[in-house]
Design a protein around this ligand. Sequence first.
Ligand SMILES: [Zn+2]
Ligand SMILES: [Zn+2]
Length: 128
Amino acid sequence: MELMNVSGGQAARISAVILLLVTAALVALKGEAWWWTERAPDTPDSATYWYCHQCREGFALTAAEYEKRVFQYLPKGDPMRQDGLVRPELRVKCPRCSAGAVSARRCLTDNEIFDPAETGGVCPKCPK
Ligand SMILES: [Zn+2]
Ligand SMILES: [Zn+2]
């Protein structure tokens, strides 16, 4: 009788562990699925802005397009820097000339897309 009780308790403990594992697996799976579908939305509101210095033109990419075009660009060492450290930058392939376009900003007034590093952060079209 005593033995029965022990094994019964063990079985309950084991099934509790299994339940926990199944729940954890389900949660992980759901999280994965969510991550998968949410990863690269192809919608205008997911757009990021880029500026190509070759074409001298800005453009927008949806998150899905961005994922297809993004690459890591290693700038040449800055001679002014003593440590010689080079930080990789994220760039996207320009849809027109395939050069690396840099992260840009869009003006809320006239929708002009520009490279803030070049213009000091202000829109080049807006009156100063
Ligand atoms: Zn270009
Ligand atoms: Zn502007």
